[in-house]
Design a protein around this ligand. Structure first.
Ligand code: DDH
Length: 306
């Protein structure tokens, strides 16, 4: 008979994960939520779980799913991600053998693929053991109000280069900003539940038209409102889109810009590079044993008691 859960101390196999992926696929359609899909916020959950990594100190990263706890989950940068965790909770109940850390990262890869994006290589075996020595301090995630120097400071810390920063930023094809989460408002592209290279195209296409505006809360963002296109039939409506100051720095900084231009011109190249760099993000800080299980303080000391 088929084994439905992994052996103690082993990572789940691809076969064991198929029904988990199917359960994630089944919950993506959420007619009452945002733009009708849980996909974008699931992608953001995975990114924020992994994007705390620091290569110098080998702290942070997706292992441990620390965002379940106040210290990390209460970081204002993570506001709104409780929705993503709540979407996945029934899947965790149904498949208790999957760690939260695996489920959050796996769900993002399922969401990207279902929204028309590339297949992101993913390997399971993360554990939910929170190693206090590796809990990241708050403030490791990027601040949208800043610019290119800040992006390099944040992403070099994780071990990424300029090309990878731009490719990762292409995730802003998906989803939107919420005034009650980040304080910013609006979506980057017209169809925020379809993965594409539209974000890069729009950055360039409206280069001269993005208007800096100050929101009631004092935050500044860039908006594009095309009055001519609004309501015209047969025209793609591009009114009411937004960019963060960090997004705009991708076209003002010449090194970033070279990659924006490449990705705007070549969606296949963007998909290939995004798949590789998103996979790298989800692996940050993980060290695996021969069984694929992520090695950490707990299972090193306790001999893989599970
Ligand atoms: Fe992002 N992002 N992100 N982002 N992000 C927001 C939403 C989403 C920054 C700021 C914001 C990445 C990089 C950056 C997604 C994926 C990724 C919001 C709005 C802000 C602000 C949150 C809210 O109000 O709900 C900044 C700054 C950066 C940067 O410095 C580069 C990366 C690397 C990813 C990724 O996934 C690889 C997604 C998806 C969303 C939409 C979430 C949603 O609920 O919809």
């Amino acid at each position: 008979p088929q084994q439905s859960a992994p052996a103690p101390g082993a990572a789940p196999t691809a076969e064991q994960l198929e029904p988990v992926k199917a359960a994630v696929r089944a919950l993506l359609h959420q007619p009452e939520y945002d733009d009708g899909s849980a996909g974008p916020v699931l992608v953001r959950l995975a990114w924020h779980s992994a994007g705390t990594y620091c290569k110098e100190t080998n702290t942070g990263g997706s292992n441990g799913a620390g965002m379940r706890y106040e210290k990390e989950g209460g970081d204002p940068a993570n506001a709104g991600l409780q929705h993503a965790r709540a979407f996945l909770e029934p899947v965790k109940k149904q498949f208790p053998f999957v760690s939260y850390a695996d489920l959050w990262t796996l769900a993002a890869t399922v969401a990207v693929a279902e929204m028309g994006g590339p297949a992101v290589p993913w390997q399971g075996g993360r554990t939910d053991y929170v190693d206090d020595a590796k809990v990241p301090p708050r403030g490791r995630l990027p601040d949208g109000a800043q610019g290119a120097d800040h992006l390099r400071f944040i992403f070099y810390r994780m071990g990424f280069n300029d090309q990878e920063i731009v490719a990762l930023s292409g995730a802003h094809n998906l989803g939107r900003c919420h005034g009650d989460r980040s304080g910013f408002e609006g979506k980057w592209v017209n169809n925020p539940t379809r993965f594409s290279n539209q974000y890069f195209k729009l950055l360039l296409k409206f280069e001269k038209d993005w208007k800096k505006t100050t929101l009631a809360n004092g935050l500044q963002q860039f908006v594009y409102v095309d009055e001519d296109l609004a309501g015209e039939e047969g025209e793609e409506k591009e009114e009411g889109l937004m960019m963060l100051p960090t997004d705009m720095s991708l076209i003002s900084d010449p090194k970033f810009r070279a990659w924006v231009e490449k990705y705007a011109a070549d969606q296949d190249l963007f998909f290939r590079d995004f798949a590789a760099v998103f996979a790298k993000l989800l692996e940050l800080g993980l060290r695996r044993d021969a069984q694929g299980r992520v090695v950490n303080e707990e299972n090193v000391e306790d001999g893989y008691r599970s």
